[in-house]
Design a protein around this ligand. Structure first.
Ligand code: SME
Length: 150
């Protein structure tokens, strides 16, 4: 389980002064992925056209390159701007399986300054029901600090 306070402090130090979104995504994906053995795929999808996500920096096996807002857990998070905690991916209508080993998932919208939707952060786990509200709260705080107004 992540020590989110230590993780946030590490990310804060690594990202200090950086404004390039892709560099920030690469750093956050790396630190998140290696912080917790529940995280088997960790990465970003970026809003690259209206209602269209394209893969960004990630860690883990290959991820699908393009996701419309109408599809998948990522598309749902982008469309609704709400965190998606999926305890069983098989039970999520339209789940996109980039790996057959994925059992649960959390996807969070990533908002930039002014509330602009930059993309989503997707974390997959091979463990069932791996994520809960505490993960959502801690991850949202990290994303807000790195990409948002703060
Ligand atoms: N599972 C995601 C797709 C991205 S791959 O898992 C990296 C979805 O359903 O949107």
């Amino acid at each position: 389980m992540s020590d989110y306070d230590d993780l946030a402090a590490r990310i804060r130090a690594l990202c200090k002064g950086e404004t390039d979104e892709v560099a920030l995504m690469a750093t956050v994906a790396c630190e998140l992925h290696h912080s917790d053995d529940r995280f088997d795929w960790t990465g970003f999808y970026r809003v690259m056209a209206p209602d269209l996500l394209k893969i960004g920096p990630y860690q883990g096996g290959h991820g699908c390159l393009v996701i419309p807002f109408s599809r998948g857990v990522c598309g749902t998070a982008a469309r609704t701007r709400e965190v998606q905690i999926v305890p069983d991916v098989e039970a999520f209508p339209g789940h996109i399986a980039c790996s057959s080993s994925t059992r649960s998932e959390i996807v969070l919208p990533v908002l930039g300054k002014g509330g602009r939707l930059i993309g989503v952060l997707d974390i997959d786990s091979d463990r069932p029901d791996a994520f809960g509200p505490g993960d959502a709260t801690a991850l949202q705080a990290i994303l807000e600090e790195v990409f948002g107004e703060s």
